[in-house]
Each structure stands twice: as C-alpha cells, then as structure tokens.
Design a protein around this ligand. Sequence first.
Ligand code: SAM
Length: 185
Amino acid sequence: MSDYPQAGYFDRKRSASYERRATRLLGGLYRLVASDVAAFAPPGGVVLDVGTGPGRLLHAIAARRADLVLGGVDLSADMVDIARAGAPSSRITFQVADVASLPYSDDSVDVVVSTLSMHEWPDRRRAVAELGRVLRPGGALLVYDFRFARIDRESFSGFADVRRVPVRPKWWPAPLFAKITASVS
Ligand SMILES: C[S@@+](CC[C@H](N)C(=O)[O-])C[C@H]1O[C@@H](n2cnc3c(N)ncnc32)[C@H](O)[C@@H]1O
C-alpha cells in the first residue's frame, strides 16, 4: 500500500528528479506560458500557479512582470520545499495545497495558470470549479497539459470563452501540448 495520498505522488526523490528534467527540457514551455500570463494579467494582479511543481513557471513569469503577486500551490510538500529553495525572490510564495481546496478566498485571483498537472487531478470537475471559485469576475484561466490528456468539457461549463488549441514551444518537433483558455464572466 502507498504511504502517499494518491498514486503518482511526487515524493522527495521523484520531485528532485522531476526538477532536474523540467529545468533541462521545459524552459521553452515555461517561456511560452509566461508570455501568455503576462498578456492576461492586469497591473499588480494576483497570479496563482496550480500544481506548480518546482515553481519554474513562476520564475519565468517573475522575469517578465515585476508588478505581479505570484503564488504557487502543490499537493506535494517535497515539491514545495524544492520550489521554495529555488525561488529567485520573496515575491513568489509557495504553499502545500490540493487543487480541490485552495487556500485563496473567493474572487481573489486575476489569473489561474497550470502546466502539466491537470491530468493528475482525480476529480477534475471539482478541481475546475475550485479554480472558478478563486478567480475574480473578468479573471482568466490558462491550463496547459499533454494533448492526450482527456478533457471533460462539462468541467468548464461555468466559464465563458472556453477554447482548446494545440501548443508547440520553440524547438519542440510536434505539438505535444494543448492549452485551455477560459474566462469568468
Ligand atoms: C508533472 S508535475 C508539473 C509541475 C509544473 N507545473 C511544471 O510544469 O513543471 C505535476 C504536479 O502537479 C502536482 N499535483 C498533482 N495533483 C495535484 C493536486 N490534486 N493538487 C495540487 N497539485 C497537484 C504534483 O504534485 C506535481 O508537482
């Protein structure tokens, strides 16, 4: 039986290994997503990265927009330790939390972003509803995941302008990723 709350949990060893691979392979994806976030976030806005892992996406966003308040949450305490240790500035805060129960109040976030995490959420409908709860009216949801990840469109029924398009970061030979964008009306 697993010692961890769910299958595939990122323990210390797996988190450290993921951080090394992500740093080497995913810089192009993080830069692409950071540009999208920078385009959506209002001046001084609050950005939340859900399933932040080692937090590298938030580094890329911080490099583009010095005005934003940046937070990351992850289910794995080991990932959060790695993210905190690598944070380039105290402007980025990291917390241990499940996507289904975020430590943010209603209508408090301008942009919720997530990369390569949604396919691991056990109850996507509940998770996406929780993302909608913390987003303020007019806020943006940007979710990037593998193209093969199954999407239940019903999960996004509470959002407006829902779109799903393939994404190919520079130098990637094929569009392995897809992004879902949506807004809160
Ligand atoms: C493949 S990693 C992606 C990390 C990071 N977003 C990136 O793009 O490098 C998936 C992350 O999602 C986190 N995760 C999985 N289920 C979660 C949940 N229910 N709530 C919060 N985070 C979760 C995992 O702990 C892991 O750090």
